[in-house]
Design a binder for this molecule. Structure first.
Ligand SMILES: NC(=O)c1ccc[n+]([C@@H]2O[C@H](COP(=O)([O-])OP(=O)(O)OC[C@H]3O[C@@H](n4cnc5c(N)ncnc54)[C@H](O)[C@@H]3O)[C@@H](O)[C@H]2O)c1
Length: 279
């Protein structure tokens, strides 16, 4: 039908500087994909809000750099090497973190990969790799952390970082979109399974966030549609915000969903995409 700006275009809406006010004091969190854009921002905010945070990532050096960037809140925070595409690695890392922290009150499942290809050329190996990290690994981490919470009687929370792609689907990243839809679905089921243990499970569905992943998307997508990566990157913005989402903005939603304030929000897939997804 087209889109007509009857009232004219508006300027990008500024990112608001928010002073952290929520308290996660005495909470122990594991943030997977914590060396990446969104995971690091979430870990940084949670640490500033008083939590003990372990960030897990497959990139060892980036882990140390991420913790160093926490500044005055870096003390007490640490990293753990983990390959979310490997069940044995997930089990070893979670056991290590449970011993280090004495228990895990919250998990943020933020590690993921994306593959871009003409959907009719999607190789079997893309499905395997994308699903092994984004779905099997994310679920396995949630499963093991939940079992640890149950064993210790912890009333915890799990936040799965899905994507608006999991609701809308993108033809150029079909396997990734399907993996995020699967994550939204297992979140729903897990929230029902874990309700008797007072463990809350939700998803957050971001849109275009200024991180390495989106830059990678712009390069791969640009190649498919024959456009310069910078031009593609500039277009991957929220239509209402008229800019990319700042990872620090997503971090606030994650912090909220981990908190007791989110008690009545359960099994949901919350859009945090600057208004692009209407349901
Ligand atoms: N950037 C966006 O526009 C956007 C939009 C929607 C959803 N998301 C989701 O947000 C989350 C964070 O993405 P990001 O934008 O910060 O990307 P990112 O690439 O900066 O971070 C992803 C992190 O996951 C880690 N990772 C990848 N494979 C791993 C593995 N096998 N084991 C452990 N860690 C692994 C990477 O090393 C990286 O640090 C992802 O789940 C992504 O799907 C991002």
């Amino acid at each position: 039908m087209g889109s007509f700006a009857i009232r004219g275009e508006h300027a990008p809406l500024a990112v608001r500087q928010v002073v952290p006010t929520r308290s996660h004091a005495n909470k122990r969190y594991l943030v997977l994909g914590g060396a990446g854009g969104a995971g690091k921002a979430a870990a940084e905010l949670l640490a500033a809000e008083g939590a003990a945070v372990v960030i897990g990532d497959v990139r060892a050096q980036a882990l140390n750099e991420a913790i160093a960037s926490f500044g005055s809140n870096a003390a007490g925070q640490s990293g753990v090497a983990i390959d979310v595409g490997n069940a044995a690695s997930i089990a070893a890392a979670i056991e290590e973190v449970e011993q280090r922290l004495g228990g895990i009150d919250g998990l943020v499942n933020c590690a993921a990969i994306v593959r871009h290809v003409d959907p009719l050329e999607t190789p079997w190996s893309d499905w395997e790799r994308v699903f092994s990290i984004n779905v099997y690994g994310a679920f396995e981490a949630a499963r093991l952390v939940a079992k640890g919470m149950i064993a210790k009687g912890i009333k915890g929370a799990i936040v799965n970082v899905a994507s608006e792609a999991g609701k809308k689907g993108h033809s150029q990243s079909l396997a990734y979109s399907a993996s995020k839809a699967a994550m939204i679905n297992f979140t729903r089921v897990l929230s029902e399974v874990l309700a008797p243990n007072d463990i809350n499970v939700n998803c957050v569905c971001p849109g275009g966030m200024a991180t390495d992943m989106l830059r990678e998307v712009a390069v791969a997508y640009g190649d498919l549609v024959k456009q310069a990566p910078d031009d593609v990157f500039k277009q991957l913005i929220s239509s209402q915000l008229r800019r990319h989402i700042d990872p620090a903005e997503l971090a606030r939603t994650i912090s909220f969903l981990l908190s007791d304030d989110a008690m009545i929000i359960r099994g949901q897939a919350i859009n945090a995409d600057g208004g692009d997804t209407p349901y």
